[in-house]
Design a protein around this ligand. Structure first.
Ligand SMILES: Cc1cc2nc3c(=O)[nH]c(=O)nc-3n(C[C@H](O)[C@H](O)[C@H](O)COP(=O)(O)OP(=O)(O)OC[C@H]3O[C@@H](n4cnc5c(N)ncnc54)[C@H](O)[C@@H]3O)c2cc1C
Length: 323
């Protein structure tokens, strides 16, 4: 079976949860086997039921008072205990903070080869052969896993959702798990209602070419109209024009939206390292020789301050004609 680690986001399943189920279902099909989904922590049944639409054949919901606060060692123990009672040949995780904290521990525990941050399905599953981007997207590496079991972490938004309705069984298990080794003193929850950058399908980003924080209004309006998250290059965050949480790139967040809009961003390799997994890159830059155009799928040579209002008008018109 393929074990899909389905992340529980405070009692809810999100797109990332369904995406990893979809991805596991596709690998299970290649391997002629089934998907065992695992959800840790309290969550309503109606949330769990949704997973039957994404190819999860057997779902295990593990509860324990020791699953709070999140401690990767305790979570690894829970996943391992469930895996030991099932014939697991492959484990798949979303390549976010939680997945990246558990996946290597599972790989060590099961002596499984691990391929992290992939964006596509394997070419074959026996042995696991998979191609992934390396060197900040400048090259591809074809990787073969020689161990009996494999662990994969998948970039969020890179595979998408594939509906595969199946009959799903749900088993609820209370596990005896070790105490977490950490205590959370304070938690600051983001209540801005904004779409988290790493989960956004569309990201609208600005660089130093935007000239200053006072010019961000149109960029934010464009993002709002598209239901997009906003991002920025590192100098923009360093200058304090935008919050550090929006900085993408080698030293910032690594994202994989469907569309990445880059306004006034030169396209330095350190920036591209964080956005090269985007399905489409749309760049607006005044300099026709800016390196961003080498990686952009669509490019507009022009002044971002003139192009943005035109794009806003175009989206508004499209929305009006749709309604
Ligand atoms: C170790 C290291 C790590 C780094 N990590 C990161 C990282 O994680 N993320 C990151 O972003 N950077 C990172 N950097 C910095 C990176 O090298 C670049 O300096 C940075 O990405 C440049 O930001 P920028 O494109 O906003 O600014 P600039 O390079 O100044 O580019 C501005 C662009 O705007 C264009 N422009 C100007 N006016 C307009 C206009 N009116 N309309 C349209 N276009 C216009 C210009 O033609 C230019 O291409 C790192 C650097 C190092 C050394």
């Amino acid at each position: 079976m393929i074990l899909a680690y389905i992340q529980n986001f405070d009692g809810k399943l999100k797109k990332a949860s369904f995406e990893i189920a979809s991805y596991a279902a596709a690998i299970a099909k290649m391997a002629n086997t089934e998907v065992l989904g695992i959800v840790l922590g309290q969550i309503p049944d109606d949330q769990l039921q949704k997973l039957s639409q994404y190819g999860v054949n057997k779902l295990v919901n593990v509860t324990s008072p020791n699953l709070e606060p999140f401690d990767p060692k305790v979570y690894t123990e829970a996943v391992a205990k469930i895996a030991e009672n099932n014939q697991i040949t492959g484990f798949v995780f979303i390549n976010n903070n939680e997945g990246r904290a558990i996946a290597p521990r599972i790989a060590a525990r099961f002596k499984a080869g691990i391929v992290s941050a992939v964006t596509q399905l394997p070419e074959s599953v026996n042995p696991l052969t998979i191609t992934k981007k390396v060197f900040t997207g400048k090259a591809f590496a074809k990787t073969i896993v020689k161990s009996d079991k494999f662990v994969i972490t998948l970039f969020q938004n890179s595979y998408g959702l594939q509906e595969v309705p199946v009959d799903m069984t749900i088993e609820k298990i209370e596990l005896d798990l070790p105490q977490p080794a950490i205590t959370v003193i304070e938690k600051n929850v983001d209540i801005s209602g904004k779409i988290p950058l790493t989960e956004a399908e569309i990201v609208v980003s600005g660089g130093r070419g935007m000239k200053g924080p006072e010019y961000w209004g149109p960029l934010e309006e464009f993002a709002r109209l598209l239901g997009a998250a906003t991002a920025c290059s590192r100098p923009v965050a360093d200058e304090g024009w935008r919050p550090a949480s929006e900085h993408v790139g080698q030293t910032g967040k690594i994202i994989a939206p469907t569309v990445y809009f880059a306004f006034g961003i030169s396209g330095a390799i350190q920036h591209i390292g964080g956005v090269s997994n985007s399905k489409y890159i749309v760049a607006v830059n005044i300099d026709k020789d800016a390196p961003i155009f080498e990686v952009a799928d669509y490019g507009i040579v022009g002044d971002a301050h003139k192009i943005l209002p035109e794009l806003i008008e175009a989206v508004k018109k499209l929305k009006q004609s749709d309604s």
